[in-house]
Each structure stands twice: as C-alpha cells, then as structure tokens.
Design a protein around this ligand. Structure first.
Ligand SMILES: [Cu+2]
Length: 328
C-alpha cells in the first residue's frame, strides 16, 4: 500500500500543477488585499486589469456584504459615484455606544472609460464588524463595458470547480478579541467586562443579561439598577433554592461589589433581567444600556447578544409591542 501511495503522490502533484497552468490566463477583478482581521478598518482596492473582452470598462458596481459597515468610496476623476443604502440584517456597534443599522449596500463608479489595454483601481474604505470566527466575505462586482458586461459574482463552492467569474473575496480572521469578549467599560474604580444578553425566541418578553464587574478600588460599591434599550424594566436577580426548587428574585438593596473583588453575573447565578421586551434579541445584535452603581453612578454600556442555546424558537404570537420598531 505504501508503495502505491509513493508512486501516485508525484502524479497527483503533477496533475495539480497542470490544472493551475491550464486555467485561463485571463485575470479576474479582485481585491488587492485579500486578507483582513475583523474588528478593524479596511481599505478595499478593486483591481480591474482588463475590459469585457476587448470592450472598454464604463462602470464598476460593487455589492457590499453584510458585516462590512461605515463604507465610504473614494471618488475618481472622470467617474460619477452612486451609492445605494439600505438596512443591515444586524445592528453593529461601530464605535462603542453607536449602533449602526443601515449603510451603503452598493457603490457604482460610472461614466468613465477604461480601455481594455489599461489597468485601474476602484477604492473604498470600510469597517469590518467583529466576527467570532474566521470567515470569507464576497464583494460581487458588475463590470459594465461598451456593449458588454462581466458579472464577477460567482461564489466558489468548497471542493467545487474554480468559477469562471469569481466574486472578489476577502478572507476574514476572527476579531482580535476572543469570542468570550473583552469589551470593557469603566466607571470610577469599577471595570465592567463584556456585558451580554441571551437571544430570545420570538415571543419571549424577558431576557437574561450577564457581565463581570471588578472593583479595583478600596471602597465597596453596589449595582443598584440599570437600563436596557429594548426593555421596559431592568432588575438585578439572584438565584436561590426554595424547597428544592431553583427560583430567582430581585436582589434587595443592590448587589455588593466589594473592594478588590470580581462579581460574575452569569447564567445560573446573579443576572440582570430585562423585562417587557419591546423587540426580540437576535444573536449578533448590540443593544445599548446602562448600569447604575451606588457610588460610581450610571455607566453607558453595550450588550452583545449571544445565541439562545438549547431553547427552541417559540412559534407563538409576537405580543403587542414587538411589531414596534425601536428607533434610536
Ligand atoms: Cu431573573
């Protein structure tokens, strides 16, 4: 067996080389920088190495994928810019506390002429929303020419053939911050780490919120309340055993944050309860809120919404207020 493997391996290698050389010499429309880290800004440079066959390029339209926000195109002399805007599937927290729900979906440069014999670049800048896992984003480009067009929109399939007109791709590394998160907010001597909320099934009117609070000072403080943008009410709860049954109830007088101590609000223990939800929480959402401390006062925070976990989606009605768009 090992002999036959040794003999076939070089053949397979040669065949792979052959395929590479046999693919069209015809260059594609691509992004100059094909790799980036999510959670950072990105300069997208679309390289246009030729026309549509011999025909000169007269327009370039790029479609911006979900998760690429705060897009700004670079104007080009001799070309007219047009932007299409629309809502995003998710809400993004671009700068802390600034929720972004809509933005540029397509950019079109048109009215210029780029002869087939020439090369040019079309540039935009953007922010790549943080992703917990590495992924690949595609930026389909419609290249219009005099009497012809080329639609660079094919998404390669894993293990499938190389598409003839692949969409420009960007390999996105996971955000520098781990999925567990290190989004930190400060209030005096308190450090507030990674506030998050659990996603809700359709009809749920309550959600749990979690956070780690560390008191680096020498005086005790207390978490006495707060707010959650999509909730009518906010409470701090504790879990306790009552006749063998786990129940939760509001912490009376606030939750102590002793000097030098870290207090974890986590599933199964202390937690925040967001009640009278006006809108369901979807994984990936960012929701503004506040935490109020007895001494440190009220701090603005952003809650990242994480998966529901094992809960099945509720099929029930959405309730009276869920149809209401909560604008900010
Ligand atoms: Cu609770």
């Amino acid at each position: 067996m090992s002999m036959s493997f040794a003999r076939t391996a070089p053949l397979g290698f040669a065949a792979a080389l052959l395929v590479t050389f046999a693919s069209p010499t015809f260059a594609h429309v691509t992004l100059a920088e094909g790799q980036a880290t999510s959670g950072t800004s990105y300069k997208g440079v679309l390289k246009v190495p030729h026309g549509c066959g011999e025909a000169a390029t007269t327009a370039i339209k790029v479609t911006i994928p979900e998760g690429v926000v705060s897009v700004k195109p670079q104007p080009k002399a001799g070309w007219t810019l047009a932007l299409e805007k629309g809502p995003y599937e998710k809400t993004y927290d671009v700068m802390h506390g600034k929720a972004v729900k809509e933005g540029v979906k397509t950019i079109t440069w048109s009215g210029g002429t780029l002869p087939n014999a020439y090369y040019d670049e079309f540039v935009f800048i953007a922010y790549l929303a943080p992703q917990a896992q590495a992924t690949k984003l595609y930026f389909p480009v419609l290249q219009s020419c005099e009497g012809a067009s080329a639609d660079w929109a094919q998404i390669p399939q894993e293990g499938g053939p190389r598409p003839e007109y692949p969409a420009p791709a960007l390999k996105l590394a996971a955000a520098a911050m781990p999925a567990a998160g290190t989004t930190t907010f400060k209030a005096g001597t308190l450090t507030i780490e990674q506030p998050w909320a659990r996603a809700t099934p359709g009809g749920a009117k309550v959600a749990g919120g979690y956070v780690k609070i560390t008191n680096t000072g020498t005086l005790p403080d207390k978490l006495v309340g707060g707010s959650f943008e999509r909730a009518g009410r906010f409470e701090v709860h504790e879990m306790s055993m009552n006749n063998g049954i786990m129940t939760m109830r509001p912490v009376s007088g606030g939750l102590d944050i002793a000097p030098g101590a870290s207090v974890m609000l986590a599933p199964g223990g202390f937690h925040m309860m967001f009640m009278d939800l006006k809108q369901p929480l979807k994984e990936g959402d960012s929701v503004k809120g506040t935490l109020t401390f007895e001494k440190a006062g009220t701090v603005d925070v952003v809650f990242d919404v994480r998966g529901i976990g094992a809960s099945a989606p509720a099929a029930g009605t959405m309730g009276g207020m869920s149809g209401m768009e909560h604008q900010h």
